[in-house]
Design a protein. Sequence first.
Length: 192
Amino acid sequence: MTAKKRVLMIVGDFVEDYEAMVPYQMLVMLEHDVVTVCPGKAAGDTVMTAIHDFEGHQTYTEKPGHRFAITGDFASIVPADFDALIIPGGRAPEYLRLDEKVLAMVRHFAETNKPIAAVCHGPQLLVAAGVLENRQCSSYPAVAPEITAAGGTYIQPGPGLDTAHVEGNLVTAPAWPAHPAWIREFHRLLIS
């Protein structure tokens, strides 16, 4: 049995439903302590999620998702108390990247070389935090120009958006179809 790890997950309204709920449930099932936080919210609050699907259009479609529970008080979170970070995608990263405390949290995990997982649009927070220079990163393809502009190397996902990329402490993936790949790799980092 490996030691239980404390994992911080940063979410916001219209986070992608599967990209928050599935990793949360899987890591809890593996007996890790996952704390979900959102700026302006405390334990017991919720965020609204959105479900993104790939139905043959030029981009994904969006449908209403579920309410996702916040389990930690954002205002009192101390990143040093956590072993790893998860950044789900959806629309939340586009405005969460404007919050300096969120960016400081991301920088903490990058600077201390703790495991970081970022999925879909989640790498937008990595870009805004300035931690992708000379790093390799996968993401939803629409985020590729941001990764490149930030000095990172964009890693093209497989055709089914079901691949993960690992570089050191960083696990990235293009979308929820990659959950089996990136959650497996992230868990390996947690227990190594």
